[in-house]
Design a protein around this ligand. Sequence first.
Ligand SMILES: CC(C)(COP(=O)(O)OP(=O)(O)OC[C@H]1O[C@@H](n2cnc3c(N)ncnc32)[C@H](O)[C@@H]1OP(=O)(O)O)[C@@H](O)C(=O)NCCC(=O)NCCS
Length: 160
Amino acid sequence: MIRTTLASDTPALLALSEATGAFKPIEIQALREVLDDYHSSMKALGHRSVSYVLDGQPGGFAYYAPAAMTDRTWYLYWIVVDVRAHGRGIGTELMQYVEADVNASRGRLLLIETSSMPHYDSTRRFYAKLGYECTATIKDYYADRDDMVVFRKTLRAFPE
Ligand SMILES: CC(C)(COP(=O)(O)OP(=O)(O)OC[C@H]1O[C@@H](n2cnc3c(N)ncnc32)[C@H](O)[C@@H]1OP(=O)(O)O)[C@@H](O)C(=O)NCCC(=O)NCCS
């Protein structure tokens, strides 16, 4: 089941994100702030976060929001699945939920930023498999030899 992320999900979401080994400690700290800010203010400003509930516990989440000063462009900021459940289709279900929700909000374009580092190879394959196109690379963005890779997907076109 996928539902809106609750404030009580935060400890489990931080723990499962840390357990993937994909994120630096500073990124886990940033995630804590993102989730706290989401519940205190950003949800009311249009940001969205959904949790995948697995055996009654949060087993993953996705965080997304409209990009300021654009015509219906959205960003997926976070997607994480419990490492014990990788490769079972949960990430795909979360992405399908996000795309349907953004479509329902008349979103036009969905962007995702990720890293060029080898430990993100499978993450980049995940986005490519879901129809995302690599549209830009910013060399050395995160650190020397750690580029930002931007993926894009055009969503359903709506009449003006
Ligand atoms: C990327 C991620 C969200 C995908 O979730 P998932 O539930 O494992 O993905 P699904 O089962 O729906 O899709 C599997 C596909 O994703 C890719 N994939 C990415 N990571 C994988 C993993 N650890 N195990 C298996 N497949 C993985 C493969 O291409 C796979 O396709 P295949 O089955 O044809 O080989 C998840 O692996 C994850 O949490 N990774 C660490 C955090 C991360 O990198 N987040 C994105 C930051 S930009």
